[in-house]
Design a protein. Structure first.
Length: 256
């Protein structure tokens, strides 16, 4: 991985790795679906069915959200995501190259100061909306997660339940104290203030991809960071693409 995007440990919201201690955030999701072998179920209102239906460029307000898909397809080629139970192809994802990672990190670095300056109420509202979007579309997402991870629907439902809680708890982090009053001598006051790290790189595994990605991404976003997320290519939908679309639907600004 190029030095522009450093990976760190992930941490759950209850560990409170706030700002300087946070090692996670959300910006460019570098493994992006670019075509489908099989269409997913449609949601009642079409909202997250769009998210799970991989297309060359999902658009939001007329702007390509995942332009890395096209770049990766040309530069690094693509990787097939297979259903473990049958070996059937579920989708293909772009294979990001080192220049792609550097480009994504640069975009995240440019977008992060604006996100950190966003009022905490707005950051919390975006996290809560992402949780609601996930809840409203869980019936459509459970089959996807189960097929991609080789699990059963109950496991997929458990992941969605846990991630919903992580998103709500991360939203609550926005209202927590942002520092500490340290011991000091009479007549002096010493304060430690938590500030965002900047851009955080996250590499997530395959076994519980939705949980293990989100528990790093959401707290980092809550504390004003931008994120570069690289999910395991075997679970690129559950560990990356679904999360990217949740935050897009919730109104997260481009590049963060």
């Amino acid at each position: 991985m190029p030095p522009a995007l450093t990976a760190g440990r992930t941490a759950a919201p209850d560990n409170h790795p706030a700002q300087r201690q946070v090692t996670a955030q959300t910006g460019r999701h570098l493994t992006t679906p670019i075509q489908h072998g099989q269409q997913p179920p449609r949601s009642r209102d079409g909202s997250l069915a769009r998210a799970t239906r991989a297309t060359p460029a999902i658009r939001h307000q007329g702007d390509p959200v995942h332009d890395l898909a096209r770049r990766n397809s040309a530069a690094g080629g693509s990787l097939d995501v297979l259903e473990p139970a049958t070996g059937a192809k579920l989708t293909s994802v772009g294979n990001a190259t080192a220049p792609d990672v550097r480009h994504a990190a640069a975009e995240a670095r440019a977008a992060q100061p604006g996100w950190a300056a966003t009022p905490y109420e707005k950051r919390a509202a975006i996290l809560r909306k992402a949780a609601r979007v996930l809840e409203e579309n869980q019936e459509e997402l459970i089959p996807w997660i189960a097929r991609e991870t080789g699990g059963i629907p109950a496991k997929a439902g458990f992941e969605i339940h846990m991630v919903t809680e992580i998103l709500y708890r991360s939203a609550a982090m926005c209202t927590e104290p942002q520092g500490l009053v340290l011991p000091s001598n009479p007549g002096r006051i010493s304060i430690a203030r938590r500030v965002p790290r900047g851009v955080v790189g996250i590499i997530s595994p395959f076994n519980f991809p939705l949980i293990l990605s989100t528990r790093a991404v959401a707290p980092a976003l809550a504390t004003g960071n931008a994120v570069g997320l690289i999910p395991d290519p075997r679970t690129a939908m559950s560990g990356g693409y679904i999360i990217a679309r949740l935050f897009e639907e919730a109104g997260l600004r481009k590049g963060v």
